[in-house]
Design a protein around this ligand. Structure first.
Ligand code: UT7
Length: 329
């Protein structure tokens, strides 16, 4: 019997219309466009206003996938929502999205792997498909990062934005396309450098946690930078070696969008041409779990069947990883 593989058969992305510009930020904190562009590379970030959550953006992309593919919600066996900003602590945002989209015959859960969420989520869904557990899975990256941004902290407030993007993953017996291989890593040494102190069970919301602004992102930028600038390239080299591939075999790199300097350094170490390294950070900022599927959505028309895409990310945990996808469409 031939082996079952998982292939991406659709991708969609969405970002809310409202944006925050560098000039807007310069009215809130002591910063300016020149510093943000030269140190991070961001011009605008999108913001989801009001009491909406990641599930509202995710519903838009999942509905579009189902409609465009002519698939009934009952055919979806698994929904994974990768997010660090769930609608609420529980139930999982995946369950909320499934409910909003009429997906009733499957199961779903969230994955919190920081900015590496989508890489972890795509890997997890692939394993369920390869094991024959499900035939069709939706993997979503959806974040309302602006809900945990401290707009009094100039070191973090320029970085993050809101968006959602998702892929449909389907079982196939076709050889040589789809999600080929992956390597994932994590190291708790990163906990102290990048986290949100309050809102969990150790520090539930209280007047003190709110007053002390502990419900926001805490990041020691330089410590995170030093790891991120090395690890995405390193794990990609590891993945290439494992698959007997050369750097020149990569067609496109879809790197997590945290800092243009990190993205460029990763592309350079992998000896890629600038046009092979996909970038959208200038317009969207860091949308955490949504950066990679959003890049895939925006560039899908460039990809040819059989192209080697490398998806790589680094994030809170620390978590990092790299996936090799042979484009199937
Ligand atoms: O997505 C998850 C993974 N996250 C990452 O990969 C993020 C990795 N880290 C970074 O991207 C960068 O470290 C940051 C963008 C967060 C910060 O850039 P940096 O070049 O590392 O700046 P820094 O923290 O070393 O700060 C340099 C200076 C400081 O001033 P002094 O102490 O030299 O006087 C900061 O206070 O820049 C100052 N600064 C700012 N100045 C103007 C920090 N933020 C700002 C700002 N505007 N927004």
């Amino acid at each position: 019997m031939s082996k079952i593989h998982a292939k991406i058969t659709a991708v969609e992305g969405y970002a809310p219309e409202d944006v925050i510009t560098n000039d807007d930020l310069s009215k809130m904190v002591d910063t300016n466009d020149e510093w943000i562009m030269s140190r991070i590379g961001i011009k605008t970030r999108h913001i989801l206003k009001g009491d909406k959550g990641p599930s509202d953006m995710a519903k838009i992309v999942v509905d579009r996938i189902l409609q465009d593919k002519g698939i009934s919600p009952e055919e979806i066996g698994l929904v994974i929502c990768c997010t660090v900003t769930p609608d609420m602590p529980f139930p999982a945002t995946a369950n909320i999205v499934a409910d909003k989209c009429g997906i009733k015959n499957g199961f779903g859960f969230d994955i919190n792997a920081g900015c590496c969420g989508f890489v972890y989520g795509l890997t997890t869904a692939t394993k369920y498909i390869e094991a024959g557990f499900v035939k069709k899975a939706i993997v979503i990256g959806a974040e309302k990062m602006t809900s945990i941004v401290n707009y009094e902290d100039r070191a973090t407030c320029p970085i993050f934005g809101d968006a959602a993007a998702a892929v449909l993953l389907e079982a196939t017996e076709e050889e040589g396309v789809g999600v080929i291989d992956e390597i994932l890593h994590s190291d708790g040494v990163g906990v102290k450098h990048l986290h949100q102190v309050a809102g969990g069970s150790c520090h539930p919301a209280s007047i003190e946690t709110v007053t002390n602004r502990q419900h926001f992102i805490y990041q020691e930028g330089q410590a995170v930078f030093k790891w991120a600038v090395v690890k995405m390239a390193e794990v990609t080299e590891e993945l290439l070696e494992k698959n007997n591939m050369q750097k020149s075999d990569i067609d496109y790199l879809l790197p997590h969008q945290a800092n243009l300097r990190i993205i460029k350094a990763t592309g350079d170490r992998l000896e890629l041409k600038p046009e092979q390294v996909l970038v959208n950070i200038e317009d969207y900022g860091n949308t955490t779990s949504a950066t990679i599927p959003m890049l895939m959505y925006q560039n899908r028309d460039k990809f040819k069947k059989g192209d080697n895409l490398i998806l790589t990310a680094f994030g809170a945990g620390f978590t990092w990883g790299s996936i090799l996808v042979k484009w199937a469409l």
